[in-house]
Design a protein around this ligand. Structure first.
Ligand code: SF4
Ligand code: SF4
Ligand code: SF4
Length: 344
């Protein structure tokens, strides 16, 4: 079981000694059940840190944001930032290190184990509680969550209310860490990896297209899925117009000719293009943290797209994103033994 007091003591020690400039972790939210990300810079605030099944966010995103903020900061503080990382978060950090988005010495990873379970799916839990409001969720042994409501605590099998990605998780323990809390439980017996996407692939091709056409028609193009993804860090995204300086002598034709790969309108063709381009750009990089799907305001099942490519990377190239920071990335490497029958 995770020793949260020890995690807080470690964070406090890092801040007191000045080893890190801040600790990015989770604290209890005042706005709802799910924990909220917190950047803690004072040792006294370390006691606010928590780790429980409500800590769903992938905090690797905050390392990407930290880099952006520091690019505009005058601070010359070169100390690393510490981050609390579940297995999926640590895989995301590993991919960012493989891609040299930041150097290894700039981050201190505080790994936390999911202890044989994972994080909660707030929608599944609300359904299970049938109108009762969950006040807190904690780990309860290796296969259950203890859920507190106004009627008291009850133990619920974790598999009933866990996030789908946790049910299929192949590595519920950090692959990269400087200090780890909790045990590595290798004997998880939940759903088989890629189960959801494999089930969908059994459908006829026309049915699959109808399914996705319906999903794309519901997409608002709010780009929340892009904003929450630690792997979507391009300074200029292909879906945005390429920026260029409009000068007093810029003609109307020049403005009209600016590069625009995808129209902003949520027409099906444009939305399909957005999702296809994004999925391809995430091939061999997506770590299935499922944050994109969680934040989607209209519940588009984005995991199905991303895990389809993750499955391809795994089955065709034995590639597992975020498993080894010293390995070359999928798309930057080639082995003589790589299958190539699909190249015509
Ligand atoms: S996907 Fe795996 S590592 Fe991530 S929260 Fe779920 S069980 Fe933990
Ligand atoms: S978060 Fe959902 S609605 Fe928004 S762009 Fe992504 S898929 Fe579309
Ligand atoms: S595409 Fe979605 S599941 Fe994959 S890393 Fe980004 S947010 Fe996580």
């Amino acid at each position: 079981m995770i020793d949260v007091a020890a995690l807080r003591a470690h964070a406090k020690s890092l801040l007191e000694k000045g080893t890190v400039r801040a600790v990015i972790g989770y604290r209890k939210s005042t706005a709802g059940l799910l924990a909220e990300p917190a950047t803690i810079a004072e040792a006294a605030q370390a006691d606010d840190l928590i780790f429980d099944p409500t800590c769903v966010q992938n905090l690797a995103l905050y390392l990407v944001n930290d880099k952006k903020e520091r690019a505009h900061s005058r601070s010359d503080d070169k100390r690393p930032v510490a981050v609390v990382a579940k297995g999926c978060d640590s895989r995301a950090i590993t991919v960012l290190l493989q891609e040299k988005h930041f150097p290894r010495e700039s981050v201190h990873v505080i790994g936390v184990s999911c202890e044989g379970t994972g994080v909660v799916d707030a929608r599944k839990l609300a359904k299970k509680l049938d109108g009762k409001k969950a006040l807190s969720v904690t780990f309860d042994g290796a296969e259950a969550f203890s859920v507190m409501t106004e009627d008291g605590a009850q133990s619920i099998p974790a598999a009933l209310v866990m996030a789908e990605r946790c049910l299929e998780c192949r590595s519920a323990h950090p692959t990269l860490s400087d200090m780890t809390f909790g045990e590595a439980k290798a004997d998880r017996t939940l759903h088989a990896p890629f189960q959801a996407v494999k089930a969908r692939m059994k459908d006829e091709q026309d049915d699959r297209w109808s399914f996705w056409a319906r999903q794309f028609d519901r997409c608002l193009r709010c780009y929340a899925c892009r904003s929450v993804c630690p792997m979507c860090y391009c300074e200029e995204c292909v879906v945005d117009s390429i920026s260029f300086a409009v000068l007093p002598d810029t003609t109307a034709d020049e403005k009209a000719d600016r590069i625009k790969w995808i129209e902003r309108s949520p027409a099906r063709s444009e939305t399909a293009m957005y999702h296809m381009v994004r999925a391809i750009h995430l091939a061999g990089r997506c770590v299935d943290c499922a944050e994109c799907e969680r934040v989607c305001p209209v519940n588009i099942p984005l995991r199905l797209l991303n895990t389809r490519l993750e499955m391809e990377a795994f089955e065709t190239f034995e590639y597992n994103p975020g498993s080894d920071m010293n390995a070359p990335t999928l798309t930057s490497s080639f082995r003589d033994t790589d299958p190539n029958s699909f190249i015509r």
